[in-house]
Each structure stands twice: as C-alpha cells, then as structure tokens.
Design a protein around this ligand. Structure first.
Ligand code: AMP
Ligand code: GLY
Length: 427
C-alpha cells in the first residue's frame, strides 16, 4: 500500500499515545498533529491549526495530501469536523456529527437503547424542572440526574438522598451547564463494577478492541470530585470473554444497527462505559472516541497496524480478524497539577522524565505540558501520564510507580492506588 501523510487532531495524553501508535505503522509516511503538545512533537510535526475551523483543516489536508485524519477528542466530532473532511474527500477516522450524538446527547442514546432493547438503566427525559422534581420525588433515592449534553464529566450527579437529587435538578435547570443542562435525563441507580469496552466500527461492522478500567475520582479510595480520569489499566479481567461477547451482541451491534437505521452509520471508536450488574452488562454511557487515560494503557498493548485499521474503518472495509494485542498488562498513572480538578497551578517545572523513561517497560506521555527553552513546565490540569507494561497489572503498577518516583515535579500529585480492584483479583 502507498504510504500516507496522517493528521491527528488533539493535544492531550490520548493524542500522544495515538501519535506513538500511528508512527509505528508501516503505512505512516509522516504524522502531523494539530495542535499537539511537547510530547507529540517528539514523534511527529505539530501544526498550529484550530480544529474548530473546518475550512482551515480541510485546506491543510488538501495542500499536504493527507490520506488519513484521526480525530482524538469529542468536541471536533460533535462539531462536525468529520462531515467537513469527508465532504472534501479526505478519509477520516471518527463519527459524523449525527453519529457523535451517541456521546453528545444522553437522551439520544437512551432513546436508542429503549427502541432496541439495549440493556441500560431505566430513565425519563425532562425539559421542565417541575416535572423532573415530581418524577424524582415519585421514584425516590438513590437516583441519578444527568445534564443531557457535554459537561466535561461534571454533568452527572449520583444522588444517594432525595435532597441531593432535588438540588441536582434545580442546579441543572438553573443553568449550571448552560445549554447542556436545558434538558435532563433522570435514571435508575445501577449497582455493580464499572468497566470500559472499546470497539472499532466501520458503519456496518464492529471489532472488539480492548477493555480497561478508569479511576474517575481525584482521591485514593475513589473519593473526592470526578475528574477526566486519574489512571487506568488494561485489560480489565472483570470483562470476561463471556461478558465481552454479551457486550458485542446486546449493546454494540444493536447500536450500530440503530445508527444505520437512522441514516447515520457509526465509524470510529465506540467506547461503551459499562456497569457489570447482577443481571449482566448494562450501558451507562457511550463515548465516540478513545478514553483518556484509557488509550494510554490500551494502545501500547496493541501489536497491529493502527493506521491500516483506522483507514479500513473509515473506508467501511474492516477486516474479519480480531485486532492483535500483547498478552501483557499495562497500567497508567496520571500526574496532575496541584489544584486539579479545580483550578490547577500552572508554570511549575518538571524534570527527570528521561530517568523515568529509561526504566523497563515505561512510557511517559504528555498531556498538559509546555516547553520554555530547555525547561518543561506544567500547562494544564492533567499534565503527564506514566504507563508501564509488564506480565501482570501488579507488576505494571510497581513499574509505573517506580517511574513516577523518578520524576521530579513538586507541583504535581497522583493517586497512589491505581489498579486496586485488579490487584485484589490477582491476589
Ligand atoms: P457518566 O458521565 O455518564 O459516565 O457518569 C459518570 C459516573 O456516574 C459513571 O462513571 C458512574 O460511576 C456514575 N453513574 C452514571 N450513571 C449511573 C447509574 N445509572 N447508576 C449508578 N452510577 C451511575
Ligand atoms: N477517562 C474517561 C473518558 O475519557 O471519558
């Protein structure tokens, strides 16, 4: 096959992990990242494009004869970047604006689940505060209140008491999330263990890609406010082969069918956030992209050709063969700036990355860093990801934390217990 110029959209740790995987592909002639970060600059060429300016991105792709665009984050997907690129004839991995509603609107996804008997929590949608409050009072607690649209992971309140649920409804209708909270989904509380399931889709077909477990709360022991994710490991053994088969048959494939029926075939990564309940796996939510930091743990285990797989998905011609993975485990620890997930302290200096990366099986990816001459500075909330590969999650954990120790960054912190559920199972 002819080699490709590839453009990757995004600037986080997920994109650094994607950049590492794409540059390993025999198909990749050159990788551009827009806008990228100091980590992606080590493996490709950062270009200063604004992904929300579709005309500029399309122009760049035509000028540079880009043969594959990979969109990392959700905002450009929900904003329709894939539609603009596809209309210009640029092969693009990621869902269209309509297909991205699986992440962009919780109500949209719940209605698909209801119409196609996809297992998920029972729910109702509300555009009226009074009706929402009446419903919450009739149902009682525990109950879950969600802003319909994107809210950076903060639009979900798992209310253990009726008072909390009422406050959540009032806050959302009061405009706390702007237009994202103009509609609210209220759903039954599900009990079980959470896991993330990733499938690569070409509109018609889906290939199971990998499983992972994220750690959303900021503090050890899963306490404190929600974050974008403080660490992850892959694979998640709690998703047994039997459960994975059920997820494909009962959740992922019916969703692909539903999207085709609606004239919006889904291409890209479908990330199912699952609750593994006593009755089986249930869908909590969909994301239409790789998870961050899940990608940092999943992609180093992938042994195939990522660019070829993504191009096949974009072209609607996925192969039958399951994507190949190393049997090894990977664990990622997120290093965040003090203050995160509130207001992170930026500008603090980081050193010792070379010492960390010299350790066996260790990969450091950048998320929120910036270069200032020779110095590396913190420039965001989640700043670095330290991933280690090993024969077990326990060993990967030990390696990752040894690497964290080698990094000198007084301005940062991390959770010390990433992987605790799996370590309990390995024992
Ligand atoms: P989401 O943004 O939809 O992933 O929700 C954030 C978190 O809220 C999830 O990771 C779960 O821990 C929790 N959650 C969401 N929906 C439910 C539910 N129906 N029952 C219990 N917990 C939930
Ligand atoms: N780590 C959760 C997410 O990417 O949505």
């Amino acid at each position: 096959m002819e080699k490709l110029q590839i453009l990757l959209i995004g600037s986080g740790g997920r994109e650094h992990a994607l950049a590492n995987a794409l540059t390993k592909s025999p198909l990749c002639a050159k990788l551009f990242i827009a806008p990228g970060n100091p980590g992606t600059a080590q493996v490709g060429t950062n270009v200063d494009l604004d992904p929300s300016d579709h005309a500029v991105v399309v122009r760049f792709c035509l000028d540079q004869r880009v043969g594959l665009v990979v969109v990392g984050p959700e905002q450009p997907l929900i904003g329709g970047l894939v539609d603009a690129l596809t209309a210009a004839g640029v092969p693009t991995f990621g869902p269209t604006r309509t297909a991205a509603q699986l992440e962009g609107s919780k109500g949209f996804t719940k209605d698909i689940c209801r119409a196609h008997q996809i297992p998920t929590a029972g729910y109702e949608r509300f555009a009226d505060q009074g009706k929402a409050l009446a419903y919450v009072r009739a149902q009682g607690a525990p109950i879950v209140v969600k802003a319909d649209g994107l809210a950076a992971g903060k639009g979900v309140v798992v209310a253990m008491t009726l008072a909390e649920a009422e406050t959540a409804v009032e806050t959302m209708f009061g405009g706390a999330f702007g237009a994202s909270g103009a509609e609210v989904v209220i759903e039954d509380y599900l009990e079980g263990e959470e896991a993330s399931f990733f499938a690569i889709c070409d509109g018609m077909r889906a290939l199971p890609f990998a499983t992972a477990q994220d750690h959303k709360r900021v503090g050890d022991g899963d306490v404190g406010p929600n974050t974008g994710g403080m660490g992850a490991y892959s694979p998640a053994s709690v998703v047994t082969p039997e459960i994975a088969a059920r997820v494909m048959d009962e959740i992922v494939l019916p969703t692909l069918q539903a999207m085709r029926d609606r004239g919006a075939p889904f291409r890209g990564v479908l990330y199912a956030g699952l609750m593994l309940t006593k009755e089986g796996p249930k869908l909590i939510e969909y994301n239409v992209r790789f998870g961050d930091p899940e990608a940092q743990a999943i992609l180093p285990r992938f042994t195939g050709d990522l660019a070829a797989l993504m191009l096949a998905a974009a072209d609607g011609v996925l192969p039958d063969a399951a994507p190949p993975f190393s049997p090894r485990a990977a664990l990622t620890v997120v290093l965040a700036a003090r203050g995160y997930p509130g207001t992170p302290e930026t500008g603090t200096e980081i050193s010792g990355l070379d010492r960390a990366e010299a350790l066996p099986g260790v990969i450091v990816t950048h998320a929120g860093t910036r270069r200032d001459g020779e110095r590396l500075l913190a420039a965001g909330g989640r700043v670095l990801n330290v991933t280690a590969l090993a024969d077990s999650v326990g060993e990967a954990r030990d390696r990752a934390y040894a690497a964290v120790k080698a990094i000198d960054w007084p301005g940062g912190f991390c959770r010390r217990d990433i992987g605790w559920r799996e370590l309990g199972r390995e024992k």
